[in-house]
Design a protein around this ligand. Structure first.
Ligand code: PLP
Length: 286
């Protein structure tokens, strides 16, 4: 991923090659920090906007609070505005906001990066995606009893999520749907799981499951409900995903992509319904 812009909270934009993290920052050595990933769109006249910034900042505030890190949304907005003003080449961009605990004796470090969209996203949006289901090893309600597991917190430590995606590739797929030890559908490593049965949309409940509440899934459900869909957070098993009319992985930067294979078994595509869901999520036609 090419780093186009780099910002430092409290400072502004800096040279993308600048050294901004200390080698002893626990954000680096232990993944002790949190982040957000957002989509930026730049139009033909060089004006940029970031999708659902309020929702991302609200979630980052919750993540920072769970980690006992300070968070000032206004300070982040200043940095985001500087990045948007510098983002002038038309297209889509991936923006990350990162907050690390900071070096020993120092203060937390806030970083903003803007990078090119991952190269595989346009293809996945167009062709759909094959997923492998992987056991995440804990019961669906395990996080209710163990808040220190940081359920729902977008912590910097995504090594498990990345390892799972590599395992998916080893199995001939590209992404993962995590399943609890007792067989319930959870989430994907970087996406929410959403499925449709008729005019009803479903996703995994947040209670106790430890999954991240997705800002895109939330927006989709709000808009879908207004458009007459029924929406529900429901416990489901992999068999329910096979039985569903449509199934998507949904996230901020990639948008919704439809799942065309689960564990090697082909699913029928419903391109009209996927186009409708893409539009509701704020993504145009592919
Ligand atoms: N679940 C996980 C584990 C994620 O990492 C993400 C996003 O990165 C999502 C769900 C989707 O969240 P959002 O729609 O806010 O991007």
């Amino acid at each position: 991923m090419t780093l186009t812009l780099l910002g430092l909270l409290g400072t502004g934009l800096v040279d993308p090659r600048s050294a901004v993290v200390h080698a002893d920052d626990p954000g680096l050595t232990r993944g002790d920090g949190c982040f957000e990933g957002c989509r930026v769109r730049t139009d033909g006249s060089g004006r940029s906007q970031v999708d659902k910034l309020d929702a991302h900042l609200a979630r980052m505030r919750r993540s920072a609070s769970a980690l006992q890190l300070p968070f000032d949304a206004d300070e982040w907005r200043v940095l985001v505005d500087k990045a948007l003003a510098a983002c002038v080449t038309p297209g889509e961009w991936a923006m990350k906001l990162l907050l690390t605990r900071g070096p020993a004796g120092g203060t937390p470090v806030g970083l903003l990066t803007v990078s090119a969209l991952p190269a595989e996203y346009p293809r996945q949006r167009r062709d759909g995606i094959a997923v492998a289901t992987l056991d995440r090893g804990t019961a669906a309600d395990a996080f209710a009893r163990a808040p220190w597991l940081l359920g729902g917190v977008k912590a910097l430590s995504y090594a498990v999520n990345m390892a799972a995606q590599r395992e998916a590739v080893r199995r001939g797929a590209e992404d993962v749907i995590f399943v609890s030890a007792d067989g319930f559908v959870l989430e994907a490593p970087t996406s929410s799981v959403v499925w449709a049965v008729g005019r009803a949309l479903f996703t995994t409940p947040l209670d106790g499951t430890g999954i991240l509440g997705g800002t895109t899934q939330q927006l989709l459900f709000e808009r879908a409900a207004a458009a007459g869909w029924r929406t529900e957070a429901a416990r489901a098993r992999v068999a329910d995903l096979f039985a569903a009319d449509s199934l998507w992985l949904v996230g901020s930067v990639r948008g919704p992509v439809d799942v065309v294979r689960i564990d090697g078994v082909v699913r029928a595509r419903d391109t009209a319904r996927t186009a409708e869901v893409r539009t509701l999520c704020g993504f145009g036609r592919q």
